[in-house]
Design a protein around this ligand. Structure first.
Ligand SMILES: [Zn+2]
Length: 471
């Protein structure tokens, strides 16, 4: 009897939970942004396939290969991509511009002699004056390699690594160019990744020198293989890698973090959580698998130079990799095909990864900036939590939400709308027992990523150099 009651209770609670979940999803369907829904629908796997086959047709895209041959080598790929981005920009009414950012790369470990590299940088200007200087960068690398990174002659089709990411960036640019966004989006394809992240490093360093406000950067690298070397086929999941402790953390910030936590709350990790929430909402056929590390073991990507310069950044990559088709000379060995060939790439899957990118970028560029100078007040020992932040400057700001979670939870689990205010007290919720954050919401319901607060004592300025402690 007792067991029966427990079972009945369990069933009732399951039904109740389920109906809550349904209400929540109906609500989110209503507040769905039509621009984002349309963008997701318009992304076309056929365009992605066409781009990949075209890039493969240049034989090799090794950064050290031919610059001036119209048919073979990195120069042919560069010129073709440039023309394609110009075509994509036609629908933008002059708001999208395409630039060849060329520079001479000096001799380096994988660059035997000084070599010209050209980043293709397509800038889509935001239309809200208060947001136009806030920039989101989405990138893929158009260079490729075979077994040796300095072999400029061998065939290096690079269909997955990284024509897949390049094709996704081009397709997202083509589709988004017809719409309007508050903030600016940069669609970038770069060479030199296989030579040591050279194109991305040049762009990130230039942006740092010019104090450009890059609020987030995505790199799409190896996003096209859905049958892993482990025999697992997964067409519905993409990994998003994010670092926990910021690469550019200062000693003072490290001291605060050791005292009160925050190793799981970098701006890059908030960005990854934002991508999961937005991507899965608008692209329900995809699951975003958050990986809480900067990149895979022994590997790096074009997000690294951004992270090292303090720009939040994440990496998109397929879930199960197939190493026979990465960085391999094209050959058959014991009846096994090696090489990064288009027949091993899943174009429909890449389109879905592009959709997750596009939905997240669109939401970032439509939403207000994430709140600035968010502080958790530590002057009083209290069972409440006092938060304060700067007012956003966008004219369409509606207000703010406080989010929180248990300290052991990987993602935000609760949120509370607190209105258009710049401080709020969470009564009866101790800052010692939860992690809190603040995000901004505009009048259309577009939400920013979360800002994780820094502790602020009574006599401290907004950037604390030490945390107050009471034994
Ligand atoms: Zn790559």
């Amino acid at each position: 009897m007792r067991r029966f009651c427990l079972l009945a209770l369990l069933l009732i609670s399951l039904v109740l939970n389920n109906s809550n979940a349904q209400t929540a999803s109906r609500r989110s369907a209503q507040s769905r942004n039509r621009t984002i829904t349309n963008i997701v629908r318009e992304i076309d796997a056929k365009n992605i396939e066409r781009t990949i086959r075209q890039l493969v047709s240049f034989g090799t895209r090794n950064t050290l290969s031919e610059q001036n041959d119209p048919k073979r080598g990195i120069g042919a790929a560069r010129d073709w991509l440039y023309a394609e981005f110009l075509k994509a920009a036609e629908a933008s009414g002059g708001r999208m511009t395409v630039e060849k950012q060329s520079f001479e790369q000096p001799k380096a470990a994988r660059v035997p002699q000084p070599t010209e590299l050209t980043n293709l940088v397509t800038t889509f200007k935001g239309t809200q004056p208060e947001s136009a200087s806030r920039i989101y960068v989405v990138s893929g690398h158009y260079d490729s390699m075979c077994s040796s990174p300095t072999d400029a002659k061998c065939d290096a089709p690079g269909a997955n690594d990284d024509a897949s990411g390049t094709a996704a960036v081009l397709e997202v640019a083509r589709v988004m160019s017809k719409y309007k966004f508050d903030a600016t989006i940069v669609f970038m394809t770069v060479p030199g990744e296989e030579q040591g992240l050279l194109g991305a490093t040049h762009y990130a360093e230039d942006a740092k020198q010019k104090a450009v406000n890059i609020d987030a950067m995505f790199t799409n690298d190896i996003i096209g293989n859905t049958l892993g070397g482990n025999g697992v086929r997964d067409r519905g999941t993409v990994r998003v890698f994010s670092e926990g402790v910021p690469s550019n953390e200062t000693a003072a910030e490290a001291t605060v973090r050791r005292s009160v936590g925050g190793e799981n709350d970098s701006a890059s990790r908030q960005l990854a959580r934002f991508i999961k929430e937005t991507g899965e909402s608008y692209v329900p056929q995809m699951k975003v698998m958050l990986v809480y590390r900067r990149d895979r073991y022994g590997r790096g990507g074009d997000h690294n130079p951004f992270l090292e310069r303090g720009f939040p950044a994440v990496r998109f990559t397929e879930v199960n990799e197939e190493y026979k088709h990465q960085h391999q000379n094209v050959r058959v060995e014991n009846g096994v095909q090696y090489g990064d060939l288009p027949e091993f790439v899943d174009f429909a899957y890449i389109a879905n990864v592009a959709r997750v990118n596009a939905a997240s970028l669109a939401m970032l560029a439509l939403a207000p900036s994430r709140p600035q100078n968010v502080n958790i007040l530590t002057a009083r020992l209290s069972n409440d939590t006092d938060l304060k932040w700067d007012a956003n400057k966008e004219p369409d700001i509606a207000g703010y939400e406080i989010v929180w979670r248990d300290t052991t939870s990987p993602v935000w689990t609760n949120s509370k709308a607190v209105g258009n205010v710049t401080s709020f007290t969470m009564k009866g919720m101790s800052k010692d027992n939860y992690f809190f954050g603040v995000r901004a919401v505009d009048k259309d319901g577009n939400r920013s990523p979360v800002t994780y607060p820094k502790p602020l004592g009574r006599n401290q300025s907004s950037s604390p150099s030490s945390s107050q402690q009471t034994p």
